[in-house]
Design a binder for this molecule. Structure first.
Ligand SMILES: [Fe+2]
Length: 296
């Protein structure tokens, strides 16, 4: 597969990573090298689910850093509707501004989980909770830096990877080479589709820096989040060295059948399909639901 997306490897954004230990998520501040503009990718809102308590330590650290560096936040990017952590996008937007963007297939995710959570008609399923809905190949700017959204479904229907200069934020497609790939068994997920999406990422230039959304430190190694297309092609344990689609689908399907649901999937979906807003009950109180045997 050849890469037909317009990529500019001469632009090197500064990428600062913020690891969230509770969910193994990596959030990023990405700074345009030519200006003080930046984007935040995949922020995290802290939750103690057992206590129903929301806090913002992780997001506050990122906000403080943006302020300390005197940056202007232009975009708050969600690579997808995460099932393992809650987004802090609205909290960050309130304090720093910026537009919240996600893939336009969010409408499919909203339709699916609107049903699962038995949301009423007041829950809009048109993506209108977000400021921007990206289609495959859509471009946008962070300062002078042209950025690009690439449609990468498979883990979820609305997944996108975001290319910013010579840095690509892969969301839940690839993990580090020794971590392999993301699961594809959530409602709307599909292993064969994920394989095709991963090939799109691997068709980017070999020197393209890749930044992970998650890392679990397999085999006891320290947490890492940065690799390259060339490294993934050579060493990824699930798709490297030209592994066939058939082999990948068989492996991925068998592996996924052994995985537990992420601990925070129930609150994560309800919040993230609303662009990070916590749902409210009829009296306006913030409230989450648990659909019994509803996730399949
Ligand atoms: Fe995910």
């Amino acid at each position: 597969m050849t890469n037909t997306y317009p990529v500019n490897m001469d632009i090197t954004p500064e990428v600062e990573a913020f690891f969230d230990e509770a969910t193994n998520t990596i959030s990023y501040i990405v700074k345009d090298p030519a200006s003080d503009a930046c984007a935040i990718v995949d922020s995290v809102m802290d939750i103690d689910y057992a206590a129903g308590r929301i806090t913002f330590d992780h997001a506050d650290a990122m906000i403080a850093r943006v302020k300390e560096r005197g940056l202007t936040l232009e975009w708050i990017i969600e690579t997808h509707v995460h099932a393992d952590h809650l987004s802090a996008a609205p909290y960050i937007q309130q304090q720093l501004g910026g537009k919240i963007g996600i893939g336009d297939q969010i409408t499919v995710v909203q339709e699916t989980f609107g049903k699962v959570f038995n949301e009423g008609t007041e829950f809009q399923r048109d993506g209108s909770q977000f400021d921007a809905l990206f289609q495959d190949g859509d471009t946008y700017k962070v300062g002078e830096m042209e950025c690009l959204a690439i449609y990468t479904p498979g883990h979820t229907p609305a997944c996108m990877a975001h290319v910013m200069g010579n840095a690509t934020f892969v969301g839940d497609t690839l993990f580090m080479p020794d971590g392999g790939s993301a699961r594809a068994d959530f409602p709307g997920g599909d292993a064969a589709t994920l394989y095709d999406s991963i090939q799109k990422v691997l068709a980017l230039p070999d020197e393209m820096r890749l930044f992970m959304c998650h890392d679990y430190g397999p085999n006891g190694r320290d947490i890492e989040w940065e690799t390259t297309v060339g490294d993934e092609k050579a060493h990824n344990i699930h798709v490297g060295q030209g592994k066939s689609k058939e082999d990948f689908v068989k492996f991925r399907t068998e592996r996924d059948a052994t995985l537990d649901m992420p601990k925070l999937i129930i609150p994560s979906l309800q919040v993230n399909m609303r662009a990070g807003e916590i749902p409210t009950d009829k009296d306006g109180r913030q409230m989450l639901k648990v659909p019994v045997n509803g996730l399949g």
